[in-house]
Design a protein around this ligand. Structure first.
Ligand SMILES: *Cc1c(COP(=O)(O)O)cnc(C)c1O
Length: 389
């Protein structure tokens, strides 16, 4: 009897989340993929092995995660890394000195830091543009452009980029479109449907969903790109340990249960915030008042739990943060528990002040990652915290 344990892309999202990439373990039939906590594999003879030689290159637990997330994104090849930044750093090794990258100006702070403080020193060139307007991407292209990188929705301002338009512009210039899909997760947005070439994630966030590991993953469709990424993965070695891969794999099994609840709580809390502060102070793509709500609806099937709020001054932000009891003050996002943060001094502290101000990441901006608790309790917490504003 054949069983649907493998990458059956015709199966529904929930079935793929639970089964894709996994098969019963051959020794005892354990239904859960074991944590292959090993550095090497015994070979039967010279040149004879079971396809595994050394665990930097391949590990069965990691492979199960890679196949699983690839199936969720609708891609063919996954590559797991030790962090989201590790994934991006390895992806960037596809390029060489003189290559030019057009990058969204409002990307994750660590992405900007990697490019501006490190990769620039190796002769890669970057132009940062407001990708809400695809024409700006087009205008920034040079004959050396090899990559367009967009993040949508962005962190923390929840701006949306048209994925289809970005892919068309990139492809006309013979460049690849790379999409950071961390905020939406494949449950709400699948960039391959719109022409992306590489999709990557910080698995630390929604994919794992339990705030108990740090990891990254890249997914591609193209076989040649896959071979090059596997070569980089093995050469540069930014791989996750098997236990972290296993935790992420355990997380993805419930992605389809968690995301609708993040979304429901996000919508409810965003509506409450609008009532309290006015629609121009609340950034959430699920709000009809969001300037790109229509585009968000076209390429996303839900909006998740990330909301940013403008409170005007750092003092007010500090007061609100200090009064929260259920929302914990912490960096990161996408876990089952609700978090609150201050981007200017936390996640985006490495973005130069002037650039931060231009982007609109002011000292009064706070960011909420709405978890999956009872929304009444979350609202009561915010009611108490916002009492001062
Ligand atoms: C967290 C995050 C990253 C970086 O991932 P790490 O796992 O922390 O290295 C990249 N992009 C986005 C959107 C993120 O939220």
């Amino acid at each position: 009897m054949t069983r649907v344990f493998d990458e059956d892309l015709t199966a529904g999202f929930a079935t793929r989340a639970i089964h894709a990439g996994q098969r019963p373990e051959p020794l005892a039939g354990a239904i859960m993929t074991p944590i292959y906590q090993t550095s090497t594999y015994v070979q039967e003879g010279l040149g004879q092995n079971k396809g595994y030689e050394y665990a930097r290159g391949k590990n069965p637990t990691r492979e199960a995660l890679e196949r699983n997330v690839a199936a969720l994104e609708g891609g063919r090849h996954g590559f797991a890394f030790s962090s989201g930044m590790g994934a991006l750093d390895s992806i960037m090794k596809l390029f060489r000195t003189g290559d030019h990258v057009v990058c969204g100006e409002n990307v994750y702070g660590g992405t900007f830091r990697l490019f501006d403080k490190l990769l620039q020193n190796f002769g890669l060139r970057f132009t940062y543009v407001d990708t809400r307007d695809p024409q700006r991407i087009e205008d920034a292209l040079t004959p050396e452009t090899r990559l367009v990188l967009v993040e949508t929705p962005t962190n923390p301002l929840m701006r949306i980029t048209d994925l289809r338009a970005s892919a068309e512009i990139a492809h006309r210039a013979n460049a690849l479109l790379l999409v950071d899909n961390t905020f939406a997760s494949p449950f709400f947005q699948r960039p391959f449907d719109f022409g992306a070439d590489i999709v990557y994630h910080s698995t630390t966030k929604y994919l794992n969903g339990h705030s108990d590991m740090v990891g990254g993953i890249a997914v591609v469709n193209d076989d040649d790109l896959a071979a090059r990424l596997q070569f980089i993965l093995n050469s540069a070695g930014a791989v996750p340990g098997p236990f972290d891969a296993w935790l992420a794999l355990r997380g993805t099994k419930t992605l389809h249960l968690r995301m609708p609840r993040h979304d429901e709580n996000g919508r409810t809390i965003a509506a409450w915030l609008v009532e309290r502060l006015g629609e121009d102070k609340v950034f959430y793509p699920g709000l009809p008042s969001h300037p790109q709500h229509e585009l968000a609806k076209r390429q996303m099937s839900g909006f998740g739990g990330m909301i940013s709020v403008e409170l005007g001054t750092k003092e007010r932000a500090a007061q609100v943060l200090g009064r929260c009891r259920l929302f914990s003050l912490a960096e990161s996002l996408g876990g089952v528990e609700s978090l609150i943060s201050h981007p200017a001094s936390m996640t985006h502290a490495s973005v130069p002040l002037e650039h931060r101000m231009e982007l609109g990441i002011s000292d009064g901006l706070i960011r909420l990652s709405c978890g999956v608790e009872d929304v009444g309790d979350l609202l009561a917490d915010l009611e108490h915290a916002f009492h001062v504003v």
